[in-house]
Design a protein around this ligand. Structure first.
Ligand code: ZN
Length: 443
C-alpha cells in the first residue's frame, strides 16, 4: 500500500510528469489552438483581437498572451446588453452539438452572466476534476461523500469522479445548507466515507449539528483520511483547527471558479497547484496590467485551453491571489496559486489594502487559540481608520485571549483595534459575510 505522501505525488497521467517548462510549452500549444478557434469562429474575440491588434501568427509562448486585453465580467455584461441575449459570441462548438446546456451564473449583485457547456466540455472538465481529486489523495474504491454545488458549473461534472474512480459515492446536492446538516451527519455515520469534499462553512454546520447530538468531531469523522474543503481560502491555523476538530490526517483545499479555474493544495501545503487540463492562469497587477512577481498580490486572470463551450480568455473573474512558480517538492509541474479573496471584499485600513484573510491570519498568529474562530469586520470602524472585529467567542475563552488579539492586530496593522465578543453573526448563503455593520451582529 502506498504511503500518504508517495500516493499524493504519484502522477495521474503523463501530463503530471512534464517539467514546468514542458508544461508551459504544452499550455502554449493548447492556447494557440484555442486562440485560433476564437479568431475563426467567435465574434466576441474576433472584435477584441482586431481592436487590440492581436496577431495570432506572433503567438509563440505564454508571454505572448499579454498582448491580449484582459476581459472582465463587466465586459461580458456589456456584450449581453448589446446582443440582447445570453449568447455573446464566446460559445465554441455549440452549434455542432445538440448536447449543450446554458447555465446562469448569478453570483452577487454585479449581474448575471451565462456559461454554455457542451458534452466535450463536461468530459474534459470531468477529467480535470478527477485529476484534482487524485492530487488530493483520492484513489479508486475509496468511499466518498462530496457536495456538488448546485449553483456552480461543477455540479455538471462531479459525477465523472464517481465514474472514473469506480467508488461508492454519496453526492450532497448543494453546498451550503446548514438547515440540512443533520442529513449530512446521518450520511457520514451510515456510509462511513474515507474521503470527504465539503464547502468550508458547511463543515462547521455539520460539526455543530453533531455536537448537539452529543457526538464529537473526531467520532463523526472517524475513518475519514482526507477532508477537502472548498469555497473559502483557508489559513494554516484554519487547517490545524479543522484537524484538531476532526482528527482527519489530511485537510486540504480545492479552489476554483465556475468559468474554468481549478487548483488543489498538494501534500506540502504551500499554495494550490493549478490543474492544467482546461485552464492556464496568471496573476497580474490590476492597475498596470503587468504580471505580478511571485508572492505579489494581484488579480487572478485565467484562460481556457480547451476549445469547447463558453471560452474565457484572459478573464479576470474578480479573485485576488498570489502565484509561486518555484518548483514544488511534490514534483507536480504546474505553478501554485492561492486565492485570497474577492476583489470586492478588499477594504482600506490606514495605509493597507486588506482582505478578511489578512485579518484571519493576523488573528491566529497573535493568538493561536483563536484559529478558526468565526469573525466579521465592522464596517463603521473602517470609515474611521480603525479595525473593529466582531468575534464569536470560543467557549471557555479567557478575556486575556481577546486582549492578546487586540494588541497583536494593533501591532500588525498600526491602527486602533477593538475586539467585540458577540454571541452570533448572521449567516448568508455563502456563510458569514466578511464585512458587516455592528448592528447585524447578535450581542
Ligand atoms: Zn506540490
Amino acid at each position: 500500500m502506498l504511503t500518504q505522501a508517495s500516493a499524493a505525488t504519484a502522477p495521474f497521467d503523463a501530463l503530471d510528469r512534464l517539467s514546468p517548462a514542458g508544461l508551459n510549452r504544452w499550455w502554449a500549444r493548447r492556447l494557440r489552438a484555442v486562440l485560433k478557434a476564437a479568431a475563426e469562429k467567435l465574434p466576441f474575440y474576433r472584435e477584441r483581437f482586431a481592436a487590440a491588434g492581436f496577431d495570432l501568427a506572433r503567438f509563440r509562448t505564454l508571454d505572448d498572451l499579454h498582448a491580449l486585453a484582459v476581459c472582465t465580467k463587466a465586459d461580458l455584461l456589456a456584450a449581453q446588453r448589446k446582443a440582447g441575449s445570453h449568447k455573446i459570441g464566446i460559445e465554441c462548438e455549440v452549434e455542432s452539438t445538440r448536447a449543450h446546456v446554458t447555465l446562469s451564473l448569478s453570483s452577487g449583485t454585479s449581474g448575471t452572466t451565462f456559461i454554455t457547456h457542451t458534452g466535450a466540455w463536461r468530459r474534459m472538465q470531468g477529467r480535470s476534476s478527477c485529476r484534482a481529486h487524485w492530487w488530493a489523495g483520492l484513489r479508486p474504491g475509496t468511499p466518498l461523500i462530496m457536495s456538488a454545488p448546485a449553483w456552480h458549473s461543477y455540479a455538471a461534472i462531479q459525477p465523472f469522479i464517481a465514474q472514473h474512480f469506480g467508488m461508492p459515492c454519496v453526492v450532497v446536492s448543494g453546498t451550503y445548507l446548514p438547515r440540512f446538516a443533520d442529513r449530512v451527519v446521518d450520511a457520514i455515520l451510515n456510509f462511513r466515507p474515507r474521503f470527504v469534499t465539503m464547502f468550508l462553512p458547511m463543515v462547521f454546520s455539520i460539526l455543530a449539528t453533531a455536537r448537539r447530538q452529543g457526538l464529537r468531531g473526531d467520532r463523526l469523522f472517524a475513518g475519514v483520511e482526507t477532508l477537502v474543503v472548498t469555497g473559502a481560502p483557508i489559513t494554516p491555523g484554519m487547517r490545524r483547527h479543522l484537524q484538531e476538530l476532526t482528527r482527519v490526517a489530511r485537510v486540504t483545499e480545492i479552489a476554483g471558479s465556475s468559468e474554468n479555474l481549478l487548483a488543489v493544495q498538494c501534500v506540502h501545503a504551500e499554495g494550490l497547484h493549478l490543474v492544467p487540463d482546461t485552464c492556464h492562469a496568471e496573476i497580474i497587477d490590476r492597475e498596470t496590467g503587468r504580471p505580478a512577481a511571485d508572492h505579489e498580490r494581484g488579480a487572478v486572470v485565467h484562460s481556457a485551453v480547451i476549445a469547447s463551450g463558453s471560452l474565457y480568455l484572459r478573464y479576470d473573474g474578480g479573485d485576488v491571489g498570489v502565484i509561486d512558480r518555484a518548483p514544488c517538492p511534490c514534483g507536480l509541474p504546474s505553478p501554485r496559486i492561492k486565492l485570497l479573496g474577492r476583489g470586492e471584499d478588499c477594504f482600506t485600513l490606514g495605509p493597507h489594502t486588506l482582505l478578511p484573510y489578512d485579518v484571519q491570519l493576523a488573528l491566529e498568529q497573535a493568538v493561536p487559540e483563536l484559529s478558526g474562530a468565526t469573525f466579521a469586520i465592522a464596517r463603521e470602524d473602517l470609515a474611521q481608520a480603525r479595525l473593529g472585529v466582531l468575534i464569536v467567542e470560543p467557549e471557555h475563552a479567557a478575556a486575556s485571549l481577546l486582549e492578546g488579539a487586540r494588541a497583536g492586530l494593533a501591532r500588525r496593522f498600526g491602527v486602533p483595534v477593538e475586539i467585540t465578543a458577540v454571541r452570533d453573526l448572521p449567516l448568508l448563503f455563502k456563510g458569514v459575510p466578511p464585512v458587516l455593520s455592528r448592528a447585524e451582529a447578535v450581542a
